[in-house]
Design a protein around this ligand. Structure first.
Ligand code: UT7
Length: 308
């Protein structure tokens, strides 16, 4: 069976930057509160999910050195589609000129890791190249008068190209989980605004990241000490440091980008992964642990041997 490997990546964020100070001018909040409780300093706001996805997808294709005609399947992870119908992946397929199929995947903030496992499965089933994008415009479902959520969200997109290889697959282990009995903790009805029980999500998130990461690592035949780089979903700096501490992963071995992007849901892991690649924190052969969690609730972890 063919293996799969990531051969390119790309990101896109809107030009407009909103700082904590900007928010504190119109909401009862402060840079101090937001920084201490979340680690966020600023976020990018604007655009549509398809526009950001197209820009990130184009960058990933260019880096991989492949054309849209080479892509067999586009998987778009998003929880903020441009419309209910059609799937936003159709707009992205058209915008990029992708020759193959296109589908949306909604697993909230776990979407990118769910998509990564799906993409590996598609390649094992015979696809030669898959473009996987996580793209979000959470700002469009946020009530900007609600300080509890307005300070958290950001917009952006990250993409990777996965290609079939004759060598071993880079995906060494994975774990996908869900508990729909917790779906009331984070939700947005049609035409409504995002609502979240932050404290409860926080509590479940640390445990979900820990247990899911350990399961994926165990399936790969590894433990936390083998992880060269931990790339977690960026929802709150305190969740990341708590989960990393329980895994025994020190600060030099995890990626934190929440300060500049806020919570970008399914875009957060590919944005953090690209940041790591571009700041020389990813090296050939590194063991990389990705772990996400979010509405549903869902959670997902993947262990990769980096060979991009
Ligand atoms: O992407 C996946 C899903 N999302 C998450 O993973 C988010 C998980 N949860 C969190 O990150 C945190 O729970 C939050 C950042 C949302 C909130 O932090 P917290 O430490 O749990 O604060 P809290 O909700 O307990 O609020 C503490 C206080 C409250 O005031 P009182 O009741 O103590 O007087 C809030 O009203 O802070 C107040 N508060 C604020 N103050 C200033 C809430 N939001 C703000 C704000 N600025 N923006």
């Amino acid at each position: 069976m063919p293996g799969a490997r990531i051969t390119g990546w790309g990101t896109a964020v809107p030009d407009k930057v909103v700082t904590n100070t900007d928010l504190s001018l119109r909401l009862d909040t402060s840079d101090e509160w937001i920084t201490e409780r979340t680690g966020i300093k600023e976020r990018h706001i604007g655009g549509t999910t398809s526009e950001l996805a197209i820009a990130a997808g184009r960058a990933a294709l260019a880096r991989a050195g492949v054309t849209p005609a080479d892509i067999d399947v586009l998987v778009l992870a998003t929880t903020t589609p441009d419309a209910v119908v059609p799937g936003t992946s159709a707009t992205v397929q058209d915008g990029l000129g992708i020759a193959g199929g296109a589908m949306d995947l909604n697993a909230a903030c776990s979407g990118f890791v769910y998509g990564l496992v799906t993409a590996h499965g598609l390649i094992m089933a015979g696809a030669r190249r898959v473009l996987l994008i996580g793209s979000e415009t959470l700002s469009r479902i946020t009530d900007w008068d609600d300080r509890t959520l307005a300070v958290l969200v950001g917009d952006g997109a990250g993409a990777v190209v996965l290609e079939a290889t004759d060598g071993p697959s880079q995906l060494l282990g994975w774990h996908l989980g869900a508990d729909g009995s917790l779906r009331h903790l984070l939700r947005c009805e049609h035409g409504g605004h995002l609502w979240m029980n932050g404290k409860e999500i926080f509590r479940h998130a640390v445990r979900a990241v820990l247990e899911s990461s350990l399961t994926a690592l165990e399936r790969a035949g590894f433990g936390p000490d083998d992880v060269d780089l931990f790339v977690p979903h960026q929802a709150n700096a305190r969740i990341i440091t708590a989960a990393a501490a329980r895994l025994g992963i020190t600060e030099d071995r995890y990626v934190m980008t929440i300060d500049r992007y806020g919570n970008t849901s399914s875009a957060s892991i590919p944005l953090a992964l690209a940041h790591a690649a571009e700041t020389d924190r990813l090296h050939l052969g590194d063991i990389v642990l990705l772990s996400g969690f979010g509405g549903g609730m869902t959670w997902a972890s993947a262990v990769l041997r980096w060979d991009a």
